[in-house]
Design a protein around this ligand. Structure first.
Ligand SMILES: [Zn+2]
Length: 245
């Protein structure tokens, strides 16, 4: 099994891993100015997407441009999030030459979509592939790729602790090689309960003093998690931006 990183290694954003030049795992976009896309030209036989965040799925519609559509495998929530993100990208960059895809490509993406549940093995580009709950955002998956000799586990982003929005990952499929997300690998997070408590107390104090609290949060996953925290502590909140799509 030959593995190539087209982005995401040593940086955050535009994750893309090419296996044997034919199976593509994720194809993300880094939302810098100008946006950054994975390197090189790819023409994969199939694509598997770990989850619906921009840095893992943002550039997938650009693979729908010419010729046969490669099937795109993912969970149903990841498909829905990917289409929402693609439409948002068109809104932001669609009229500029920087946008690598069009509305037509997004429509073709829905034709190329193949959805799967966790634990259901399917065939992609000649490999047996299985998705497992990664506990990161709704629909997020670890991707296990098996060519009959080698089992490669691509973790994608994952979360082992408790969140209100999704269950923590408990899946530990056996593998010969692991490509592991490592953004927070050397960081010890404070206990979730105390962070939550401090957050709610700071909101209460600000409101009590007559203020208004604005919480900037990533649209997919974080925003919903913050809203669940507020609801659990009887704090009213209002929503705007991409998260309201
Ligand atoms: Zn993510």
């Amino acid at each position: 099994m030959d593995v190539q990183f087209l982005g995401g290694a040593g940086e955050i954003g535009r994750s893309a891993v090419l296996v044997d030049d034919r199976l593509l795992l994720d194809y993300g976009m880094a939302s810098e100015s100008p946006p950054q896309y994975p390197v090189g030209d790819v023409d994969p036989e199939a694509v598997v997407v770990s989850h619906g965040h921009l840095d893992h799925v943002g550039a997938v519609p650009a693979l729908m441009g010419a010729g046969d559509l490669p099937p795109v495998h993912w969970t149903p929530p990841t498909r829905d999030l990917a289409v929402t993100l693609a439409e948002d990208t068109l809104k932001l960059h669609g009229s500029t030459p920087r946008c690598p895809f069009t509305e037509t490509d997004v429509r073709r993406l829905t034709q190329a979509s193949r959805t799967h549940g966790y634990g259901e093995t399917f065939e992609a580009a000649g490999y047996e592939v299985t998705l497992y709950n990664a506990g990161h955002i709704p629909g997020s998956a670890h991707v296990l790729v098996d060519d009959g000799e080698t089992r490669l586990l691509y973790t994608g982003d994952f979360h082992t602790g408790r969140q209100r929005l999704v269950e923590a990952t408990t899946a530990r499929p056996e593998a010969d090689a692991v490509i592991c997300e490592s953004t927070y690998s050397d960081v010890t997070h404070e206990a979730r309960e105390s962070v939550e408590q401090q957050f709610v107390e700071s909101i209460r104090q600000t409101v009590w003093q007559g203020g208004t609290v604005v919480v900037p949060a990533f649209a997919i996953g974080r925003t919903q998690e913050v809203m669940l925290v507020c609801a659990a502590h009887d704090v009213d909140c209002y929503l705007d931006g991409l998260a309201s799509a």
